[in-house]
Ligand binder design. Structure first.
Ligand code: 5AD
Ligand code: SF4
Length: 363
């Protein structure tokens, strides 16, 4: 028996704690069959959304999950705590649109109390940030976590009102920009990222305005290549405006210098040579970063997905509701993670688009 299993004191975040045998059994890092350590969990808290972005959802929406199918806050907390004990230290809450889930700040407060979590983040379309920014920042700050912050990625695909409307099918650009401004008041919420999905024939015209935003605001702008996760299944490779093309356009306006890439980061981040602002490129399609992917995903209905493009998923909700103990859940998780896909196969002959759209997976 190891020292830890015998119940010795370990240190986490500078605090002493007696390890139980159980903690010992889950302290093994969560690793896949390709040697990648899994440290980042994306949790979709709802499949619903108040936008209808063209590249994600049809105008009429999608058949939403029933309430009973969605994990409760207690169920999410239990699973996140389990993952955290296996070495997942970063959790991102997504949707659909996470801020449409009723009482969402309460969930954030519950998760912020999980001491192993170092990094809490939210991906949102920003529509309800004006209403919720203060509550979210307060909820995240209620814990002892170092920094007590929560980081935000806010999706903004156009900085022109009519084009924003055309793309999201909501006339909401002003509302989103006001939400961003509210958030920016809180130092704990920085750095704030603004994410734009890059679409050929659309985003080219947006580049100068996004460059200005990146240079003259506190936001870090990032372009994300369009991926085949749209409900309409209309994705074709020629609609992907690549990170390299965007980089060239931006660099021609204002020269860029690369910043060092953080391990497992999705974005290649640059600073403007004159020191004003940063901009990033997430080239998931043209330059996949699968080799050091450390991410897994939990859907709103409690399925574990080991890749955005997984064709299989592992049900955790069923066992959870049937009374599985943490050991059983841990075994299910480890088995699923062990089989994590080596890489996505977009652009290869055998590629199959998963049945779930981005809104039902969690970005
Ligand atoms: N390709 C790339 N990004 C997408 N998103 C949604 N659908 C797609 C897609 N098909 C983005 C959203 C948001 C995040 C959750 O994922 O714009 O930034
Ligand atoms: Fe909603 Fe995000 Fe999908 Fe747009 S991309 S419809 S904001 S879930």
């Amino acid at each position: 028996m190891s020292a830890s299993a015998a119940g010795v004191v370990s240190r986490t975040n500078g605090k002493s704690r007696i390890d139980s045998g159980y903690r010992m059994s889950v302290s093994e890092p969560l690793t896949d069959g390709h040697g990648r350590r899994i440290e980042d969990l994306r949790v979709s808290v709802t499949d619903r959304c108040n936008f209808r972005c063209q590249y994600c959802m049809p105008a009429e929406g999608l058949p939403w999950l029933e309430r009973a199918e969605i994990l409760s806050f207690d169920e999410i907390e239990r699973l996140v705590a389990l993952f955290a004990r296996m070495g997942v230290h970063a959790v991102r809450l997504t949707g659909g649109e996470p801020l449409v889930r009723r009482d969402f700040p309460r969930l954030l407060r519950m998760l912020a109390a999980i001491e192993e979590l170092q990094d809490l983040a939210i991906t949102t379309n920003g529509f309800r940030l004006e209403r919720d920014a203060a509550a979210l920042v307060a909820a995240a700050g209620s814990s002892q976590r170092p920094g007590g912050g929560v980081r935000f990625n806010v999706s903004v695909d156009s900085l022109q009102r009519d084009r924003f409307y055309a793309l999201t099918r909501r006339d909401a650009l002003d509302q989103v920009m006001r939400g961003l401004a509210c958030l920016a008041q809180y130092p704990q919420a920085h750095p704030i990222k603004v994410n734009a999905v890059a679409l050929r024939g659309f985003t080219e015209d947006e580049v100068p305005a996004f460059v200005e935003l990146a240079r003259h605001s506190a936001y870090e702008v990032r372009f994300i290549e369009f991926m085949p996760l749209d409900a309409d299944r209309a994705w074709t490779s020629d609609q992907v405006l690549t990170g390299a093309e965007l980089h060239a356009m931006v660099d021609a306006l204002h020269p860029l210098e690369p910043l060092e890439r953080e391990p497992s980061a999705t974005a290649r981040v640059y600073r403007f040579s004159d020191g004003r602002g940063r901009i990033g490129f997430i080239s998931s399609v043209s330059e996949p970063f699968c080799a050091d992917c450390n991410r897994i995903r939990l859907t709103a209905d409690g399925r574990l997905r080991t890749c955005l493009f997984s064709l299989n998923e592992t049900d955790l909700r069923g066992p959870l509701r049937e009374g599985a103990d943490d050991h059983e859940l841990e075994r299910l998780v480890r088995d699923a993670v062990w089989r994590k896909e080596l890489k996505h196969q977009i652009g290869e002959p055998g590629f199959i688009q998963p049945a779930r759209t981005m809104s039902a997976i969690g970005g």
